[in-house]
Write a protein that binds this ligand. Structure first.
Ligand code: URA
Length: 268
């Protein structure tokens, strides 16, 4: 897909979301929150559902959790415009309650189609409900800071999924905030590993992580930043994944760092 085709596909989905009446959440919303960001990004962040600020403005992560999310991204040199940010449910659950199973199911086709259009290399889940879509059965206390291949049924065929705590949880507990900064520090190297996996080339940062199917988890990378431990038991069939245009495979950690700089401008 070209940039224009992706942007048009995303806007078409957003229009449908703004008019959606598939579940009870539309009755109490002020604005649906389809998501926003670069149509050309390799990285999609998926939160749980809009809060009151998001409902008021129709934009994701614009309240205190959003401020922390921007600080987390800033700690790795990224801005929110570098990525695409969306949620599992696109309308605010009343009183910020957890989304219910039928609401998540009603909204799932939208997230699926957004992921198909964006075709991300890396999906970062924020919080339990988002992680539950991509890592069924995982517990956030052990899965945070780890990556695994996305089930192609999510729409993100070919992507790695990296789990993080929800920024709102980090706002409530200093220890979770500390861990979240630690976890996000592994995201750039995980993106490099995810690119290598898509392209079928060795991961320049943690070679065993992307390519060794026998190991349950990858050894810690020797260089900084460390890639996430890659849990491989959920790997989908090893279908070849088309390479991104205009992104050379880095052949060393230095080249990987260069490539991360490339990401700032968007590699495709
Ligand atoms: N929390 C979320 O999960 N999503 C938002 O958009 C805002 C807060």
């Amino acid at each position: 897909m070209t940039h224009d085709e992706r942007a048009a596909a995303l806007e078409g989905i957003a229009e449908e979301i703004r008019a959606c009446t598939r579940c009870r959440l539309h009755e109490t919303r002020s604005h649906a929150v389809p998501g926003e960001g670069s149509p050309d990004t390799e990285v999609v962040l998926v939160g749980e559902g809009p809060g009151s600020n998001e409902d008021r403005l129709g934009r994701p992560f614009v309240g205190r959790a959003g401020e922390l999310l921007e600080r987390l991204l800033g700690s790795i040199g990224w801005r929110r415009d570098d990525v695409f940010i969306t949620n599992v449910v696109k309308c605010r659950p009343p009183d910020n309650r957890d989304p219910e199973a039928d609401e998540i199911a009603a909204c799932a086709p939208y997230l699926h189609r957004q992921l198909e259009a964006l075709d991300p290399t890396l999906v970062v889940t924020l919080g339990r409900h988002s992680m539950g879509r991509f890592m069924p059965g995982a517990r956030i206390s052990s899965a945070h800071g780890t990556a695994r291949p996305a089930d192609p049924a999510t729409g993100a065929a070919g992507a790695l999924v990296f789990a993080m705590y929800h920024p709102a949880a980090a706002l409530r507990a200093l220890e979770i905030e500390r861990v979240s900064f630690e976890d996000v520090a592994a995201v750039p190297a995980t993106l490099v590993a995810a690119r290598a996996r898509r392209e079928g080339t060795p991961d320049p940062v943690a070679p065993a992580a992307a390519t060794e199917p026998a190991a349950a988890t990858a050894p810690a990378a020797a260089t900084e930043p460390a890639a996430a431990a890659l849990v491989v038991e959920a790997a989908p069939p090893a279908a070849p994944v088309p390479a991104r245009p205009a992104v050379a495979s880095p052949s060393s950690p230095d080249a990987a760092a260069d490539q991360l700089t490339l990401f700032q401008g968007g590699p495709r």
